[in-house]
Design a protein around this ligand. Structure first.
Ligand code: ADP
Ligand code: ZN
Length: 519
């Protein structure tokens, strides 16, 4: 089989050799077998169905939820001389008719189609009359209700297998932990599919996490490390996207905003400039990036917490597709965590889903606070064992000092308890540090036994301690909308002296420098 695949790889796609598992996958699908492909972003998933599409008789039907990107993919294929086109709501009915005729005439190698279009009785009937080479289901994690891109129509794609059992199917995704992987196989009825799971390691990406401490200035430090290079800055809200892009422009950075609230033409223009020009920094919500294939993105910065480890991996995966050194930088504060927790709690989702989302968020917080190798932690989340610390993350390069934090934790927990479990970290820290500001006095908190017992740490260090206590489940953010803290389930054993806790301490010299520059 690969006898004919390799020449096509070279002659049509211009690649000298297969990468990773591509060859095995191409052989499997070309021979008529089903496949479930888990490959990181930039790993080369498209070839896994594009080559079989050329090797098998008939037209490959590619299901993709990303209407905006179909055009790009089709353009790229056409430039290679491949007969590809797409069918979605952006086409006039005349053009759509033309595409349908080309399909029936056998004039197409690949046809990209949006799931809602595919599932119409009209299109399904059309497929009955066409010769279908294979079905490729891209972004297959969209079938998972627990994932971040759930698309209900994906659930109905089982019709493909039921109606055309002899046509091979290949499902592809860049993001899937083990449960999602199982769910994809089950929901898409891929029980006979071979699973091809590539390593998710991206060795050229350097991971770093920093506590939020004047975000924009921290971001400038990242950009300064990559002056003149392309990068993506993710922010949680549209407003923050706008403000951050503005702030960067004032610093002379060619920064462009991107979020779902901008006019479609402006979004398209900004995306086009980002893709075609050098040195554009895209400041965006997560509305930006799915399917973006720009090889030389040198950094991905998160100004706010992503939603989950899956989201984080996928978003940072847009850096360094060309294999050159790149940076994934994340800046987080405890306020982010509390806000995300509230968003989960206030959503209309059923309780089961909320629990899953809380777990996912906890995993992310654990990653942020961990003193272990980031790469090991990240890959472990996806069920992959990375044998030794990587030497290319912040924790490997400048190990965080850790100390026995049991006593510090006890002070914090007692103070949360004594103030009635009704206040956010800021106020509790004021009490710990012995502040006598108006609020502290008004509430009578200057008379508590815990008032002033925490003067050995500055407010910044206390913030970090509180984040770590939250990440460890010793403190929980109350979900009343005010971010007030209460004792978590595991706080009892620590307060009773049955367990100990090690805490990371932020490098003091850096803290001192920051304080000076803040004045
Ligand atoms: P994914 O869909 O997994 O994110 P793509 O299919 O878009 O990845 O491929 C990512 C990049 O890698 C593309 O620029 C593609 O041309 C390139 N690529 C894919 N396979 C190979 C290969 N065997 N050799 C060299 N480059 C490849
Ligand atoms: Zn490491």
């Amino acid at each position: 089989m690969s006898d004919s695949a390799l020449p096509l790889l070279r002659d049509v796609f211009g690649h000298a050799a297969f990468r990773g598992e591509q060859e095995a996958i191409v052989n499997r699908v070309t021979a008529g077998g089903d496949a479930l492909v888990l490959m990181p972003t930039g790993g080369g998933k498209s070839l896994c169905y594009q080559l079989p599409a050329l090797l098998r008789a008939g037209t490959a039907i590619v299901v993709s939820p990303l209407i905006a990107l179909m055009q790009d993919q089709v353009d790229a294929l056409r430039q290679l001389g491949v007969r590809a086109t797409f069918l979605n709501s952006t086409l006039s009915s005349n053009d759509a008719m033309g595409v349908e005729q080309a399909l029936l005439a056998g004039d197409l190698d690949l046809l990209y189609v949006a799931p809602e279009r595919l599932l119409t009785p009209r299109f399904l009937a059309l497929l009955d009359q066409a010769q279908v080479a294979l079905f490729a289901i891209d972004e297959a994690h969209c079938v998972s209700q627990w994932g971040h891109d759930f698309r209900p129509e994906y659930r109905q794609l089982t019709v493909l297998h039921e109606r055309w059992p002899q046509v091979p199917r290949i499902a592809l995704t860049a993001t899937a932990d083990a449960p999602t992987q199982r769910e994809i196989a089950e929901r898409l009825q891929l029980q006979d599919a071979r699973h091809f799971v590539s390593s998710f390691d991206r060795p050229n990406i350097r991971y770093a996490v920093e506590a939020k401490d004047g975000g924009p200035r921290q971001l400038m430090e990242v950009i300064d490390r990559h002056r003149g290079a392309s990068g993506i800055v993710y922010c949680m809200s549209r407003r923050k996207v706008e403000a951050t892009a503005e702030a960067l422009r004032e610093q002379g950075i060619d920064a462009l905003p991107y979020h779902a609230g901008l006019a479609a033409e402006m979004r398209a223009e900004h995306q086009r400039r980002f893709l075609r020009e050098d040195g554009v920094v895209m400041v965006a919500t997560i509305a930006f990036g799915m399917g973006i294939d720009k090889p030389d993105v040198r950094f991905v910065a998160h100004m706010d917490l992503p939603k989950s480890m899956e989201g984080y991996y996928q978003e940072t995966g847009r850096a360094g597709r060309d294999g050159d050194p790149s940076e994934a930088w994340l800046c987080f504060g405890m306020g982010d965590a509390a806000l995300l927790q509230r968003m989960i709690e206030n959503s209309d989702a059923p309780d089961e889903r909320k629990r899953v989302e809380h777990r996912k968020l906890d995993a992310l917080l654990g990653y942020c606070e961990s003193t272990a190798c980031r790469r090991q932690s990240l890959l472990a989340y996806f069920g992959e064992h990375y044998p030794q610390p990587c030497g290319n993350c912040d924790n490997c390069l400048s190990p965080a000092a850790s100390i026995d934090g049991t006593e510090i934790a006890r002070k914090a927990l007692s103070c949360v308890y004594r103030t009635g479990q009704r206040f956010g970290a800021g106020h509790v820290i004021d009490v710990l540090r012995g502040s006598d500001n108006a609020r502290v006095r008004q509430l009578g908190h200057d008379t508590l036994s815990t008032h002033g017992i925490g003067q050995d740490l500055d407010a910044r260090q206390w913030r970090s301690v509180f984040r770590q206590l939250m990440a460890a489940g010793l403190l929980e953010s109350d979900l009343d909308g005010h971010g007030s803290l209460r004792l978590g389930a595991s706080s009892g054993p620590l307060l009773r002296g049955e367990t100990t806790l090690s805490l990371r301490v932020d490098a003091p010299r850096k803290a001192a420098r920051r304080e000076r520059s803040n004045r």
